[in-house]
Design a protein around this ligand. Sequence first.
Ligand code: S3P
Length: 743
Amino acid sequence: MTEVVNSQPLERLVVVGLGLIGGSFAKGIREKGLFREVVGVDLDAESRRQAVVLGVVDRCETDLRAACEGATVIQLAVPILAMEKVLAQLASFSLGDAVLTDVGSAKGNVVRAARAAFGLGAVRFVPGHPIAGSEQSGVEASNAKLFRRHKVILTPSPDTDSQALELVDRLWRALGADVEHMQVEHHDQVLAATSHLPHLLAFGLVDSLAKRSENLEIFRYAAGGFRDFTRIAGSDPVMWHDIFLANREAVLRTLDAFRDDLDALRDAIDGSDGRQLLGVFTRARMAREHFGKILARRAYVESVQARDRVFEARPGGVLSGSIRVPGDKSISHRSIMLGSLAEGTTEVEGFLEGEDALATLQAFRDMGVVIEGPHHGRLTIHGVGLHGLKAPPGPLYLGNSGTSMRLLSGLLAAQPFDTTLIGDASLSKRPMERVARPLRAMGASIETSAGGLPPISIKGGQRLRGNHYDMPMASAQVKSSLLLAGLYASGETSVSEPASTRDHTERMLQGFGYPVALGDKRTALVGGGKLNATHIEVPADISSAAFFLVAASIAEGSDLLLQHVGVNPTRTGVIDILSLMGADIALENPRHAGGEPVADIRVRAAQLQGIDIPLELVPLAIDEFPVLFIAAACAKGRTVLHGAEELRLKESDRIQVMADGLAALGIQAEPTHDGIIIEGGEIGGGEVWSHGDHRIAMAFSVAALRASATIRVHDCASVATSFPNFIDLAAQAGMQVVQEAKS
Ligand code: S3P
């Protein structure tokens, strides 16, 4: 059999069934010249005539045997309930090594029919399903481009002939389709939920309304919502009747689950349970908005091409004016967590609408908390109390967010239900035993996966005991995780840290009226209390402001004001380090907002000097080192960092990745086991890779201000995790960073 689709044409393609799908397949393949001839078979004489006239096929046959004997590929595009009969007929012909495939919308019944007809010979049958329907039908609607950028699912079994599979796969790809492989049962269940159930609802709703005596009246006022929802009730009734009969079991399972949910909605309306309704509606709205993103990020894990979002940072620029960077990520996470566990309604302002904080938000929605928003940074959280969370329907997907995973581990260890925490490719490489181990010492049942990495499985229903933990590393995430578990533990939970780390959890707990004992690098609380809802104002994130602190410092002539930045002393290491390097930074109008110190920060360009970074400042600037390394590259002389081995465990190995990028731009940077030595120098243009780390991507964008040519930063999709509007704000301040158009 010929193997390469685009060299020598194959001999004969037979398409049995010249409807929209069969006709479009035939036409597309014919236009590509992939076969010497494309032959159509259809029971209907008019369809056969039109297929030839419209150039869908080269010729038609009335006799199935005459068409199929000697064929290279036979595509079955007949109605799904006719498949069994056609397959049985085909089995009585001499088909040689022809490859058989189909386009049926349900796969279980077709696969069973092929096995019944061909027995072991079914290995040359490749079941397929293009997801490219339309309300149009018939050969006259054939469109050679119908499958372009649409999904085609192939459902081979383990014994399907690999050459046959490859050939069918290539034919669909030649038509521009995205081909995926799936197990038959999985396909049928997924399609029952995403396609078959919606069609059933649309047909059912229109029929139910049309039957009523006042139907004319109803349809006269039917507006956009009705039209959108019922558009698919215009689909081919016979085809859909076939699909429901063919995919009976999977549809029934989905329909039963949906009926339960519909009953719950009915009860909520009956009982005037507005909170339940709001919960369903807000969850649904969020899910709809974010499914696309979640899917894109999963695809981004799988496909390098989709992942490579490139920032092109052009040299030069002066920063001026006044900007406000988005809300603090750490505080945003905690506002959702504590707001959800509080009694009463918590209002949040300034919430960071980045993917990490949204992952936490979604997790709490999945656990039954009703959260309105976010709308321009505002949220209303209807707290459920410390004991009001419900078991989520499946694993909690936390994207790229280490903070979500580590803090939630502590909180979930104390719940009555089991949970599994999963994340994207980067999060799946981050160490989780640092929280699991001390939580186990409190009585938690928590398992990490091989190597101490995610996924994390947590068994509910454990009684936690207060404990003292001496943290071996300075980590606010570990400290916070234990304090959250401590809310549920008997007695006192206390944590000592080797160096002070961010104290947002402690401050916010106090803001919610929960007593916390604060000592010198020691924090303690006693379980069994409660949280009272409050108002939270999230200040701008100093970790995001840091990019502009460095940018304005290194770009000659700059004078920039950063508004309302959180200047909690456990976070201001970046200001101290830059000041030691000679930066011109002033805090103006210091004040308090929502229990956190806040100020406007004025920064003017200055000549920076290399320094030895004081050890005690390292934990206070832990997230800002990527951009501080850019400051070091622009400084006179040598900058030395030690005591920062934690940097190797962040969203990427920030020491190695920064050293590689700096070297690519002509800067001498020598990584050490716990830090880096950087010699200031001339920055050149070039290509650098962020390795999916948001802060690295933004740091190298800043470097361009002093570069001799453009810096192209690869792999920047993750910037959306902490700073979704980075490019816009950078432009507003005077930088020239653009996202390259996708090719
Ligand atoms: C964070 C703590 C820090 C920091 C992270 C956010 C938090 O992590 O790097 O971006 O919100 O508690 P570690 O606890 O691992 O140092």
